[in-house]
Design a protein around this ligand. Structure first.
Ligand code: X8Z
Ligand code: ZN
Length: 663
């Protein structure tokens, strides 16, 4: 009897004590600190290995990177298991609860080791294909061994060439050398990423990515923002199409209204700033900042110094001591392969922050420099938060910081101040102002549908609605539907054009940029108010306003410790994303565009995919770009047009009809 009573007592006591432990907030906080200390050792190691590979792509460095990623995933998994010791979901202490929630969210680390290694390998393969790609056989080149990288050659061709054939060569070649080599790895990646998401309680990997926004109906909200901007985009699209038809007279433009995607000054038609000279409302009043920079012997370092000064003049932090030594600010000249796509790096040890980019001396790169420094500034501001809160309030916030500053830097008023406007140009001249707004629109408004559609495509892939053999067709459906662009040459289902855009092989979600392009105008307006700006929004320059700087810093310091509406409220007083500040900014240009396109048909035929209207090729200079050879008997065209294919189809139909009659 006695032993039974003892056993019962022991049982009750042990339940009681374990219950007590699981809710002991003091002990939980001690564990959180231990986690943080450990994370500040594991994460820098993984970052260092990744950095080494990114700045020197070799098999050896790849192996080191995989090893370090494995180690980090083991740490994540171990930590997750330890979170199970706590009843953290019922903690009333909000901050600790949120840290647990973030620590428990381990993404792909949840996979068993063999699968974790498979997914990391699939990603590495795609990234290395992308970053090593070169395109050969340029029209006019005699030497077939001469091949060209994206940065700087192909980017410059897309930016400057007005030769249809050369543009189509670069456009098609880049896709042949990148995306087309990736569908198998991408399919594997999707399968395993979905498996991990499922294990973590999400419906698929897209659901997991969207969870970072902690927003009900996130997809619906994005759609509403997009719809709110579509009319403005259509005006710009119609105007660009009109002018491009004048530039490429005699070349085929689809009757259905899309613009051939290789004509917009950029490899992905995502930003049209390079068409500025063609599209400027007042061509006699150029904004030739790049030329001014070159005349003044700008260097990469000078661009970084200029950018840093704008931050420190707002009262924000300077770059830390090791930053300039450790960063990679130019493309190395020793021929090694590097990941050129610009990025900013937090090593999570509170002292090591870097930028990696292959800078060129241009206005665009000056803006990108501000963009990347914006990321570093965010890292610096939240560096004393626990590691798991060292993130943006949402991923779009991180993308917006540098861009907000660049909105001020790009104004004619500011350019004058830093001697990048010609001495005879008056920054208050309304015609110059309209030119400036056009330049901004070509970067910001043109980007909106592109920023929106990449993850529309990926979310469908993750949901299983788009299968491997539909990857390309669905991609072009979205490109056509939202952006109103069409492929300049025949596309096949063995092509994988989404893979030609860095963020797809690199597995970086993209809706963050769409979010950023909306909220940066909300932030700009709020900071302008803080800086005491009066007058139209597009004329505001917050330079040297420590009031504006303080607001921005206060928001950044939060990291992701609070949900994003709290962070947004800290700057703007609002808790919602909305497009009205962007629309206000561009209002004068919108009026001008409406007059300019009054005789144009706005928009395009939404029936995309294979239903592009095939125009009659011009009699003199047909678009003789090489047609891709179908790779297997199951290959079918996805979309696009080209004269050769068109003629073949026509002849085929003719022979078939003839055969019926003969029979
Ligand atoms: O990838 C970037 C940055 C690095 S976060 C250079 N951006 C997007 C892109 O290049 O596609 C900035 C704008 C959109
Ligand atoms: Zn960025």
């Amino acid at each position: 009897m006695l032993w039974k009573a003892c056993a019962l007592l022991f049982f009750v006591a042990s339940i009681g004590s374990s219950f007590g432990d699981r809710n002991n907030i003091t002990a939980a906080k001690i564990w959180l600190e231990e986690y943080n200390t450990e994370a500040e050792k594991v994460r820098p190691e993984a970052q260092e290995a990744s950095w080494t590979w990114n700045t020197n792509i070799t098999d050896y460095n790849n192996r080191l990177k995989l090893e370090a990623e494995k180690k980090k995933s083991e740490f994540d998994k171990r930590s997750y298991n330890q979170t199970l010791n706590w009843d953290w979901k019922n903690f009333t202490e909000i901050n600790a609860k949120r840290q647990f929630y973030k620590i428990a969210d381990i993404g792909e680390s949840v996979l068993p080791t063999d699968k974790f290694q498979q997914i990391t390998k699939a990603k590495s393969n795609m990234q290395s294909v992308y970053s090593k790609a070169r395109v050969c056989n340029k029209p006019g080149d005699q030497d077939p061994s001469k091949c060209y990288p994206l940065n700087p050659t192909l980017e410059n061709i897309m930016a400057k060439s007005t030769d249809w054939k050369e543009l189509a060569w670069a456009w098609e070649g880049w896709r042949n050398e990148t995306g087309r080599k990736m569908p198998d790895d991408y399919e594997k990646f999707v399968e395993l990423a979905n498996e991990a998401a499922g294990m973590n309680g999400y419906t698929d990997n897209g659901d997991y990515w969207r969870s970072w926004y902690e927003t009900e109906n996130f997809e619906k909200q994005m759609e509403e923002l997009f719809i709110g901007l579509k009319d403005l985009y259509k005006l710009l699209h119609a105007y660009a199409r009109k002018k491009l038809k004048e530039r490429f007279v005699g070349h085929p433009f689809p009757d259905s209204g899309q613009i051939p995607a290789h004509l917009l000054g950029n490899m992905w038609a995502q930003s049209w700033g390079n068409l500025f000279t063609l599209l400027a409302p007042y061509p006699g009043k150029p904004l030739d900042v790049t030329e001014m920079m070159r005349e003044q012997n700008y260097t990469t370092r000078k661009m970084f110094d200029l950018s840093e000064k704008f931050f420190t003049d707002l009262g924000l932090d300077p770059m830390p001591p090791k930053f300039y030594n450790d960063s990679m600010l130019d493309k190395p000249e020793d021929g090694r392969d590097v990941v050129c796509h610009a990025s900013a790096w937090d090593f999570y040890n509170r002292k090591d922050f870097r930028i990696k980019q292959c800078t060129q001396v241009t206005m665009d790169w000056l803006i990108t420099t501000h963009h990347e420094m914006g990321h570093v500034q965010y890292f610096l501001q939240y560096k004393d938060q626990p590691v798991v809160f060292r993130r943006g309030a949402n991923p779009g916030f991180h993308e917006a910081i540098g861009d907000v500053l660049a909105l001020s830097v790009s104004t004619p008023k500011h350019l004058k101040k830093i001697n990048l406007l010609r001495p005879n140009q008056n920054p208050d001249d309304e015609e110059l102002q309209l030119n400036f707004l056009m330049n901004q629109a070509l970067k910001k408004i043109a980007f909106i549908p592109f920023g929106y559609l990449i993850d529309q495509w990926r979310w469908k892939v993750f949901k299983g609605e788009t299968k491997k053999d539909e990857y390309n067709e669905d991609w072009w459906n979205l490109r056509c539907k939202h952006q109103g662009v069409s492929p300049p040459v025949q596309r096949f289902n063995t092509d994988f054009d989404a893979g030609s855009k860095f963020h797809v092989p690199n597995n970086t979600p993209y809706i963050r940029y769409f979010v950023s392009y909306v909220i940066q105008f909300q932030f700009h307006k709020a900071l302008c108010k803080e800086a005491g700006h009066n007058g139209p929004l597009h004329k505001c320059d917050i330079d040297q306003s420590t009031e504006a700087g303080n607001k921005l810093a206060a928001m950044m310091k939060l990291g992701s410790s609070k949900e994003w509406p709290d962070a947004m409220e800290a700057i703007t007083g609002q808790r919602k994303m909305n497009v009205s500040d962007l629309i206000e900014y561009f209002a004068p240009l919108e009026d001008w565009l409406k007059k300019e396109v009054k005789n144009e048909t706005l928009g395009w035929d939404d029936q995309c995919g294979r239903n592009f209207t095939i125009p009659t090729p011009p009699p003199t200079s047909p678009p003789t770009t090489p047609t891709p050879t179908p790779q297997s008997s199951t290959v079918k065209p996805t979309s696009g047009f080209d004269s050769i294919h068109n003629n073949k189809t026509f002849i085929g139909i003719f022979i078939a009809i003839l055969a019926i009659f003969v029979r």
